[in-house]
Design a protein around this ligand. Structure first.
Ligand code: E4P
Length: 216
C-alpha cells in the first residue's frame, strides 16, 4: 500500500519524507489555510520536496471553472494531481481532464455509486473519507471495502486512497482491504512505528550490554 501524507506543512512533509517510505502528498483548502502562505507557492515548495503525486484541490463548483483552475494548478509542477469533489460537475470536469491526460483525485467520496461513476469518467484516484463517516456513526471502512469489491469486479484501475484517517487502525484496516493508498496525517504516521515492547526491549538490551562491558 502506498503511503501519502495528508498535510500542507513543510516540516511534517520533510520529516515524513526522511523516513524513506513516503509516496505522495494530499492537501486540501483547510490544510493549506493553516500554513498562512500563498497556496500556489506552498504547493510548489511541497512539489520540490516530494517527487510523487501531490494532490491540489480546485475551489470552483462548475465544470468549466474546475478545468480552468486545474490548468493553472497543473502548471505548478508535473506531479500535481487535481483534487475535485464528487459532484456531477466534478464528474464532467474529470471526463474532460482525463481525456486531456490530467491526473485527478476525486475527493469527498461518501458512497460507492460516486466511486463507480468517477472511475467511469477516468478518475486516477478516488478518496473515500473514512473518519468523517465514523464521525456520524457510519462505518467508514465499509465504504472502502465496497469500492474495492466493485472496482475488482470490473477490473477498474482507479486507485483507492483511504482518506480522513484518524488513527493507526484505519491505516491497518485499509491495508487489509487492499486500498491502493492511505493518506495519513503526520501525527498518525509517527504512531505507526511506535510499540512499548520495542522501547522496553531496547532499554533492556542497552542495560545488559552495559553490564557486560562493566564486567569485562
Ligand atoms: C484527504 O484527501 C482529505 O483531504 C483528508 O484526509 C480529510 O481528512 P479530515 O476528514 O480529517 O479533514
Amino acid at each position: 500500500m502506498k503511503l501519502f501524507i495528508d498535510t500542507a506543512n513543510l516540516e511534517e512533509i520533510k520529516k515524513a519524507n526522511s523516513y524513506g517510505v513516503l509516496d505522495g502528498v494530499t492537501t486540501n483548502p483547510t490544510l493549506l489555510s493553516r500554513e498562512k502562505s500563498e497556496p500556489m507557492a506552498q504547493l510548489k515548495k511541497i512539489a520540490e520536496i516530494v517527487k510523487g503525486p501531490i494532490s491540489a484541490e480546485i475551489i470552483g463548483l462548475e465544470s468549466g471553472k474546475m478545468v480552468e483552475e486545474a490548468r493553472k494548478l497543473s502548471e505548478i509542477s508535473s506531479n500535481i494531481v487535481i483534487k475535485i469533489p464528487c459532484t456531477t460537475e466534478g464528474l464532467k470536469a474529470t471526463s474532460m481532464l482525463s481525456r486531456a491526460g490530467v491526473k485527478t483525485n476525486l475527493t469527498l467520496c461518501f458512497s460507492s455509486s460516486q466511486a463507480l461513476l468517477v472511475a467511469k469518467a477516468g478518475a486516477t484516484y478516488i478518496s473515500p473519507f473514512v473518519g468523517r463517516l465514523d464521525d456520524i456513526s457510519l462505518e467508514g471502512m465499509n465504504l472502502v471495502r465496497d469500492i474495492r469489491l466493485i472496482y475488482d469486479n470490473y477490473g477498474i484501475g482507479t486507485q483507492i486512497i483511504t482518506a480522513s484517517i484518524r488513527h493507526p487502525l484505519h491505516f491497518l484496516e485499509a491495508a487489509r482491504i487492499g486500498s491502493d493508498v492511505a493518506t495519513v496525517p503526520f501525527s498518525v504516521i509517527d504512531k505507526l512505528m511506535k510499540h512499548p515492547l520495542t522501547d522496553i526491549g531496547i532499554e533492556r538490551f542497552t542495560q545488559d550490554w552495559k553490564k557486560l562491558q562493566d564486567n569485562l
